[in-house]
Design a protein around this ligand. Structure first.
Ligand SMILES: [Fe+2]
Length: 354
């Protein structure tokens, strides 16, 4: 097994940061953190963690309910799981063991104890191929193909980030917004994960836009806007023929994320359902993130102001169904934003999900 991927699901950002530092400090593997169980369900159904550390007390669903829902998506609970809780009770332990949980520990356990228990689970995952659902019954080449696709995505995301006028985690954050909105629209966990993987490529085409236009401090002329708008078609052309369905979805998103529901967008002036759904979702996620973060030309809007603006643009800029899903999932979106805000403050110490 390469480096262990230890996924932590907990609604407490402070605890997430603490455990991530512990995992890093003891070199147990790579920590992948989820602040909201529903977001974790979407991601983990495709990711297959090596070890899972789940909080019992979470607002949307408790840890056992989360594990049951994860199992229903097809992820085997043979992945070593540890359950943590503020206070561990006897009935809770029985419930956890019935659900196949290996370790139940209080959050107050000593750092050394948590480290040793996690280390044992990592060893267990490494020793037993059957404990790794992604490996069980799958030819190695399939895993290699997934790894290759992820590596390609990372390279392209970094390439896209080089030409992004924003700093920080814009593409990663907006991709997670898009995934949550897609889940609220009823799309399957697999589709939501693919959307999350592909969304960061929406502005990849900016690598083909000259600096004189992309980095111009003042307003763009009409001709310059025409050049800037080409980032949609450039991104599409770069990605459209790739054998990976995720990269081809990236091509579709690159082409369609500036279309408007009423036909007033670009580059094709598509309207309504003629705009690919992924493009309609990413369009809103992109704008929500742009409005609520600092950009060189603006300060960050309050979330409430951004909601008002997006609702006002429902039916013109945005798909009304996507706007409804957005407002319905606003608590999750705000939690993701808070997580990134906190993580940026801890930037040197807290690894973010891949
Ligand atoms: Fe764009």
């Amino acid at each position: 097994m390469s480096r262990a991927q230890i996924c932590i699901v907990d609604d407490n950002a402070t605890w997430l940061a603490k455990i991530a530092r512990l995992i890093q400090g003891a070199d147990l593997g790579d920590a992948v953190m989820y602040l909201h169980p529903r977001e974790a369900l979407v991601s983990l159904s495709a990711r297959h963690p090596d070890v899972l550390l789940v909080d019992y007390n979470m607002p949307a669903m408790n840890g056992i309910e989360f594990l049951t829902a994860l199992h229903a998506t097809g992820v085997s609970l043979r992945t070593p799981v540890a359950l943590v809780a503020g206070a561990v009770t006897g009935p809770m332990k029985l419930q956890a063991w019935h659900a196949g949980v290996m370790e139940v520990m209080p959050k107050s356990a000593r750092r050394e104890e948590i480290t040793l228990r996690l280390r044992n689970l990592v060893r267990m995952a490494a020793l037993s191929p059957a404990a790794h659902p992604a490996d069980a019954g799958s030819p190695p080449v399939a895993r290699d193909a997934i790894d290759e696709e992820r590596s390609t995505l990372r390279v392209l995301e970094r390439l896209a980030a080089l030409r992004d006028e924003t700093t920080g985690k814009h593409t990663e954050r907006m991709a997670r917004y898009a995934s949550v909105i897609a889940a609220t629209l009823g799309l399957s966990p697999t589709v939501c994960q693919r959307l999350q993987d592909a969304a960061p490529l929406h502005d990849l085409g900016k690598i083909g836009i000259p600096d004189a236009v992309l980095s111009k401090p003042g307003k763009l002329s009409k001709d310059e806007w025409d050049v800037m708008r080409r980032h949609t078609t450039i991104g599409y052309e770069l990605l459209r023929d790739h054998h990976s369905p995720t990269l081809r979805l990236g091509a579709e998103i690159a082409l369609s994320h500036h279309e408007h529901f009423d036909g007033g967008g670009y580059p094709l002036g598509l309207s309504g359902d003629n705009i690919p759904q992924a493009g309609r979702i990413v369009a809103l996620a992109d704008v929500f993130d742009a409005l609520t973060t600092v950009r060189p030309y603006k300060s960050a809007w309050l979330v409430e102001q951004a909601i008002d603006q997006i609702v006002e643009d429902s039916g013109s800029h945005f798909d009304p169904d996507v706007v409804t899903a957005f407002t319905s999932s606003i608590d999750e979106l705000v939690a993701i934003k808070a997580h990134y805000d906190a993580a940026e403050a801890y930037a040197p110490l807290v690894p973010l999900p891949n």
